[in-house]
Design a protein around this ligand. Structure first.
Ligand SMILES: [Zn+2]
Length: 305
């Protein structure tokens, strides 16, 4: 096959996404998976970012949260009685059926806290995979960002969903919650963490420490609430691989215990940043994921109807 034919084939494969083909990082040595040939060197986010619909396949998560893709994802309906998908232009309200069920269940838990429901941020692209902008994870249909806003209006139109701002819950750079934080937030996060389908939840350190102070009785659910950078406009729920899901790679479980001392350490480091370690290795620039870096099944996910 001549190179011109090959490029034409690849452009067809990528459904017109070749405009962004040269946008990758060309400085590093690409891994070559021989069975894919040159196709394997295409930048994965360009291929996955171009897909408008889920694949017509059985639902499956392939790979890990920050290196994978997903088959048979379904769309969280834009509007439900107790939820609103936000920023519809991004087309990221897709998830594994279990994720979509979970989000709907959690929205009903929010109602029990006096909210009208949830504003749901980014989930996954229609076929998962790396994204053109934002997030390193959210690649296998098992991550969902939930806005912190105690949602009241369940009748937002598209324009409102583009323009309404998420509300930050932090002060002092995330060391503490601010006055927008309520017991309702505690209860909604607790409901999420208590759900068997959930593996972990990322939220800013000050929120975790506040929840540690306010938790009464059983504290085991706190283990899943993990302090992380950002995550003060939304919290991020990560589901475990669904039962029997072959090819789906779980993250190691959080360390045993409620994690409260660890969260307090994050807060201490925010308030009194430790001096930089002179021996720390320089951060390596991240190479763009190529198709060949993803699990083998992701080629079929892209090619499927
Ligand atoms: Zn997220």
């Amino acid at each position: 096959m001549g190179i011109r034919t090959l490029i034409t084939f690849l452009c067809f494969f990528a459904l017109g996404s070749c405009a962004g083909q040269s946008g990758g990082d060309l400085s590093s040595t690409p891994q070559v998976r021989k069975d894919l040939g040159p196709q394997g060197q295409l930048v994965a986010k360009t291929l996955f970012g171009a897909k408008r619909n889920g694949s017509r396949q059985a639902a499956a998560a392939y790979g890990s949260y920050a290196n994978g893709c997903a088959a048979g994802l379904v769309q969280l309906p834009e509007t439900g009685p107790t939820w609103q998908a936000m920023r519809l232009s991004r087309n990221r309200n897709w998830g594994h059926p279990e994720t979509v069920d979970f989000v709907q269940d959690l929205s009903r838990a929010a109602v029990r806290q006096g909210w009208a429901g949830l504003y749901v941020g980014d989930m996954s692209q229609p076929r998962g995979g790396p994204m053109l902008t934002g997030h390193r994870s959210h690649q296998i249909g098992l991550d969902a960002d939930i806005w912190m806003n105690p949602a009241q209006d369940m009748t937002l139109n598209r324009t409102q969903r583009e323009n309404i701002s998420a509300i930050s819950m932090r002060r002092s750079n995330g060391a503490f919650v601010n006055s927008s934080w309520t017991r309702g937030h505690h209860e909604v996060l607790k409901a999420a963490a208590s759900d068997k389908r959930v593996a972990r939840i990322f939220v800013f350190p000050g929120a975790k420490v506040q929840m540690c102070k306010d938790a009464k009785g059983d504290r085991s659910w706190l283990r899943k609430i993990r302090p992380w950078w950002g995550h003060h406009y939304h919290f991020h729920v990560r589901l475990a691989c669904p039962k029997g899901a072959r090819g789906c790679v779980d993250q190691a479980a959080p360390p045993a215990g409620d994690g409260c001392a660890d969260a307090q350490q994050w807060v201490n480091n925010i308030l009194n940043p430790p001096p930089p370690d002179p021996n720390a290795p320089a951060a390596k620039p991240r190479r763009e994921l190529r198709l060949a870096d993803l699990p083998t099944q992701c080629v079929g996910v892209l090619q499927s109807d």
